[in-house]
Structure formats: C-alpha cells, structure tokens
Write a protein that binds this ligand. Structure first.
Ligand SMILES: CC(C)(COP(=O)(O)OP(=O)(O)OC[C@H]1O[C@@H](n2cnc3c(N)ncnc32)[C@H](O)[C@@H]1OP(=O)(O)O)[C@@H](O)C(=O)NCCC(=O)NCCS
Length: 363
C-alpha cells in the first residue's frame, strides 16, 4: 500500500505588518473591536504577487525535505487569488524553481484550497501517478479586498505555506479526508465582477464588491468543521482523545474555540496563528503547520487533524499521522526581494481606487 508522507514544510510571510491600530487610521474600527470579535492583532501585506510568495515557500519546503528541485514530479497550487489565470501559477513556481519534470495544477476551493489540494495530491501519490509532490497554499488577498468595507477588509492577510509529500510504504501522511460544500450558501461569501462573468466594460478591480454574511458563515463553518473532523477521525478509526494537534483554518479565534469546545478538545492542543497573520485563506494551514514544526511542538508520529471551511461554502478535514522526522534536512537560501514600504503605504493605492469607485457609485 502506498502512502504520502509530509517530508518538507516551509512558509513565506511578507514582512510588512498591518496592525489593528493601523486599520483604525483608515476606517471606523478599533483594536478592541477586531481583537474581541476575531482574536486578530495584525496581518501581513505583500509587496510581491501570490505566485512569488508560493515559490519561496515551495523552495523552503523542498530544502526541508532534502530534495533537489527535479525530484519533484507534481506541483499543486491552492489559491483564490492567483496572480494569473492563464498561465496557471503552479507553472510559475515550476519555472522559478528551475524544475523541468513536474505536472502543474492550480486548484481553487477558497480557504479550503490547501486542504483539497493535499487530499488530491495524496490520492495521486496513492494511485501511482506521482511520487514527490509540492502542495502550496498562497494568497494575496490584500489586492482583492474592498478597503472601504470594514466588515471584510480587517479579517484577511497575505502569505504562503507549502509541504512536500513523498510516496512511502509506511502508514503516515493524510490517512483520511472528508470534503464537502454547502453550495446553497454560496452567496453568503462572494465577490462579483471578477472572473469571466464580469462585465468586460468595467475596470474589474475597482468594481469588486463583497457579499458577506459573517454570522451565517460562522454558524455553517463551525458545523462543517465539526462534522468533517468527526468524519475524518471515524474513517481512520481514531478517537478524538488520541489527537495530538488540531491545525485548523484560521478565520476567527472564536470559530476555532467553538469547534474545539464541541469536539471536547483542549485549546492547548490547537495551533493558533490568527493573532499575527489573520485569515490568509489557503495559506493558513500550511503556515500554521510550519510554524509549530519550527517551534518543535510536533513529535514523531503525532496524530493531527486539519479542519477548514471557505467560500462555496466549502468545508473539510484531513486526518494525518506525522512521520519519524520532525527536523528539516536543509534550509533554502531563498528570500523575497526587500520591501521598502510600510503596510499602509502598500494598501494606499488600493484604498484610493475603492474610494474613487464608491464616490462614482453613490453619485
Ligand atoms: C465577521 C465577524 C468577525 C463578526 O463578528 P460578530 O460577532 O458576528 O459581529 P457583531 O454582530 O457583534 O458586530 C456586527 C456589528 O459590528 C460592526 N462592524 C463590522 N465590522 C467592524 C469593524 N471592523 N470595526 C467595528 N465595527 C464593525 C457592524 O457594522 C455591525 O454593526 P451593527 O450591529 O450596528 O450593524 C464574524 O461573524 C465572523 O468571523 N464570521 C466569519 C468570518 C468569515 O466568513 N471569514 C471568511 C471565511 S473563511
């Protein structure tokens, strides 16, 4: 029987940090409101595109696995903010890595993109189609946001995380997945005027607006993540008490706490990064996984569950067993180009476009 062990991990968080206090200088909000409702303190704003963040995270994951770039025969890029739709962004990562042999696939299930991608990659390895696969979650949500909309813009950030999966005969890696979608709820979290349904006469960025029903999403997210976690654990024949780590999608600390409470899981077994990075959509799980590995909190053969939800409303969970190695084999000498702007300076032109559009619409 073939399995798909996680042998490498890496993240790439852009350096410019946007705090809640920074946000309160451009909109009617406060650190107290944001932190008490979400657990968020700050988020990162990227000066490069999502595909470049993805490349750096992928290079770091490949080094941690101790592999050469041409050992990789598959690249899966999970994102809802791809830099380009054609060509896809996985081909950008392949080119930047100097890889000549990988199949390249982009996958969008919103915040569940990494979860869907790691389940897909595991299945491709188990089927014998691929042997060594990089799975990436990367987003540049700052580009996508309406910075005049305080309901939405305070919740998100930019970043990327990646893992390397390798075929093995040892029963480790993702051992069960439950994936689903509440399609009837797809309008509770949606943007219009972006994609081939957009009016081509419009400047699509200026006309992006967000449909967002936070409280409905909150309820469905909690229910979907609990059901998916229970399903994935049941399929793997694992009791919730045996779980060493929950690495959940980081949309809101209160959602994570509600899921943990319903599952009877102590918060000290739940990994949290939402305070520092906010919701980076597809990137939250690989970034958080990388961070707790860097902090040496994962032990060999730990039992881990990763629940997520996102626009669609997609939901899911994967249960995985860690392998023997918890240390990286090597480090990649890869960095982002330096950033000479503050986070507020980076979003200023975007805010200007949103403000100008608002004036036109309300005139
Ligand atoms: C968005 C969310 C944090 C709001 O929390 P909440 O407890 O439902 O919020 P409340 O109902 O207490 O507050 C809503 C009020 O705060 C106001 N408000 C919204 N954003 C605000 C902000 N950034 N600063 C200050 N006030 C804000 C609203 O205008 C509303 O005011 P009103 O009651 O006068 O109309 C929460 O619902 C959530 O996390 N939802 C899911 C998040 C999500 O979908 N993420 C993406 C999917 S992965």
């Amino acid at each position: 029987m073939r399995y798909a062990e996680i042998t490498g991990w890496g993240k790439c968080m852009p350096p410019a940090t946007l705090t809640n206090d920074d946000l309160s200088t451009i909109m009617d909000t406060s650190d107290e409101w944001i932190f008490s409702r979400t657990g968020m303190k700050e988020r990162r704003i990227s000066h490069v595109n999502a595909d470049e963040l993805a490349y750096v995270a992928a290079a770091r994951a490949i080094a941690a696995a101790g592999l050469e770039v041409n050992d990789i025969d598959g690249i899966l890029f999970g994102s809802m903010t791809p830099t380009t739709l054609m060509p896809n962004c996985s081909s950008y990562v392949q080119k930047r890595l100097g890889n000549k042999v990988a199949a390249c696939m982009d996958l969008n299930s919103a915040c569940c993109s990494f979860l869907y991608a790691i389940s897909t990659a595991t299945s491709l390895i188990q089927a014998g189609v691929m042997n060594k696969v990089v799975v990436i979650g990367a987003e540049k949500l700052s580009w996508f946001l309406d910075w005049t909309n305080r309901n939405v813009s305070v919740l998100f950030g930019d970043g990327a995380g990646a893992v390397v999966l390798e075929a093995t005969s040892e029963p480790v890696g993702v051992l069960s997945s439950k994936l689903g979608c509440y399609g009837d709820m797809r309008d509770t979290l949606a943007t219009d005027n972006f994609g081939s349904g957009a009016n081509r006469g419009l400047d699509s960025y200026a006309h992006i607006s967000w449909e967002f029903d936070g409280q409905e999403i909150f309820k469905r997210a909690t229910r979907g993540m609990v059901l998916a976690t229970q399903g994935a654990l049941a399929d793997a024949n694992v009791d919730v008490e045996e779980v060493d780590w929950v690495i959940p999608h980081q949309a809101n600390r209160r959602i994570i706490e509600a899921v943990a409470k319903r599952m009877n899981i102590d918060m000290d077994r739940v990994a949290i990064t939402v305070d520092r990075y906010a919701n980076t959509s597809a990137a939250t799980i690989p970034v958080t996984l990388t961070e707790i590995l860097e902090q040496k909190r994962i032990q060999p053969y730990d039992k881990i569950v990763m629940p997520a939800f996102g626009a669609g409303l997609t939901w899911g969970a994967a249960y995985l067993r860690w392998g023997a190695r918890v240390e990286p084999i090597a480090e990649a000498a890869v960095e982002l180009p330096p950033c000479d702007k503050t986070a507020l300076e980076l979003i200023e032109p975007l805010l200007e476009i949103n403000r100008r559009h608002k004036v036109v619409v309300s005139a």
